[in-house]
Design a protein around this ligand. Structure first.
Ligand SMILES: NC(=O)c1ccc[n+]([C@@H]2O[C@H](COP(=O)([O-])OP(=O)(O)OC[C@H]3O[C@@H](n4cnc5c(N)ncnc54)[C@H](OP(=O)(O)O)[C@@H]3O)[C@@H](O)[C@H]2O)c1
Length: 345
């Protein structure tokens, strides 16, 4: 059996010296190396920014999305959308464990698992796309994926349907980071609060704020507003498009009596929402860009352009124990769980 590098560099085809995430192309072939894990893939949970981009590029035609996924994976050896750069994650069954794979815990062949590293770096081969579920950004496939020694995973819990667990685990970084960032008394703004990560963050923020501070949602669509209202976590819902910074600024200024936000969490899966996040935030405040549609250039230069000293945080998808934190939020909030079950099961 060939020996692999723990970071997966042995799978990089091009460019030379890249790690798998920033590689243009990776090797998805079998057999596995000594320190890898082979997974029989069942479902891909495509990152929301990526799924929307593919849907838009095909004018909503799902066969077009299907062909796009097949051609991306055939070309790159991984599901990394070339426009958004993002991937998603997967659910599958452990098929083979390399003898030197060190991340074993109690893992055994046959276990149902979800990968907690991005599809944008995971070697993937698709034999067949069986079905696409556009309303939940999930794709049922037949194929295999390979996890490196540094790739983290989690077993699928037994107390919830696997497609629900997969959807929650996809955005597990958001509630874990929200828990670290929200403090009692803060003015908190959640952009895209009616979506998956947004509504989990709202639940976490409400728990921490209790009756203190103010929790505000920015959500343009009627559909999203309805979801936020039904959960009842937010003090105010501002039906504004986050691609219109001045409208967002005016809405938050009014809602906070000119104080503005201590913390803005951006979960909108569309481009050009950086400045709405920054402009709504106090100078002493923090913006957490969970969205994969964030442009570092737009955020950094835009903040400079309006003289904002806010702390800008990149939405790292990982935080210690983030999988259990995210699943627990859904377990502890029955209304949230019900809403998610309606959409993701
Ligand atoms: N950092 C990480 O590790 C990580 C991991 C996973 C996902 N992500 C990213 O996190 C983001 C959110 O993912 P998700 O799964 O929560 O997405 P989602 O379920 O699709 O939710 C997105 C929410 O944003 C709303 N929205 C759309 N356009 C908006 C706009 N112009 N202004 C304000 N809100 C808008 C959506 O409303 P409608 O539904 O009505 O359009 C929806 O409520 C995506 O960009 C995804 O790629 C990041």
């Amino acid at each position: 059996m060939k020996k692999g590098c723990r970071f997966g560099t042995h799978r990089v085809i091009s460019p030379e010296n890249a790690l798998p995430q920033n590689a243009q192309k990776v090797d998805n072939s079998l057999p596995i190396y000594n320190n890898e894990l082979l997974i029989d893939v069942d479902i891909l949970n495509i990152d929301s920014a990526s799924f929307r981009q593919m849907k838009d590029a095909n004018n909503g035609n799902i066969d077009g999305v299907k062909n796009m996924i097949l051609s991306i994976v055939a070309e790159r050896g991984k599901q990394q959308n070339p426009v958004t750069g993002s991937g998603g994650m997967l659910l599958g069954t452990v098929k083979e464990i390399g003898p030197d794979y060190t991340n074993k815990r109690n893992l055994k062949v046959g276990d149902k698992i979800a990968c907690l590293v991005s599809l944008s770096l995971t070697p993937l081969h698709i034999d067949e796309i069986i079905e696409i579920f556009p309303e939940r950004d999930q794709v049922k496939i037949k194929g295999h994926a390979i996890l490196f020694d540094t790739g983290i995973l989690t077993k699928i819990p037994e107390d919830m349907p696997e497609t629900l667990a997969l959807a929650v685990l996809d955005v597990a970084g958001a509630p874990a980071q929200a828990r670290n960032l929200v403090k009692p008394g803060m003015n908190v703004v959640i952009i895209g609060a009616g979506g998956k990560s947004g509504s989990i963050c709202c639940a976490v923020a409400r728990e921490i704020l209790g009756n203190s501070g103010k929790l505000m949602a920015i959500q343009p669509s009627e559909r999203g507003v309805k979801r936020i209202k039904s959960l009842g976590h937010c003090d105010e819902i501002l039906q504004v498009n986050a691609q219109s910074p001045v409208d967002c600024y005016n809405a938050i200024k009014k809602s906070t009596d000119g104080e503005m936000a201590d913390l803005v969490i951006n979960c909108a899966p569309v481009a050009d929402t950086e400045m709405s996040s920054i402009i709504c935030c106090k100078d002493s405040g923090t913006v957490y860009f969970f969205t994969m549609a964030t442009s570092f250039t737009k955020a950094a230069l835009g903040a400079e352009g309006i003289g904002s000293d806010a702390l800008l945080i990149i939405g790292n998808g990982y935080a210690p124990n983030h999988d259990q934190i995210a699943l627990d939020v859904v377990r502890n909030h029955p209304k949230l769980r019900k809403l998610f079950e309606e959409q993701y099961v």
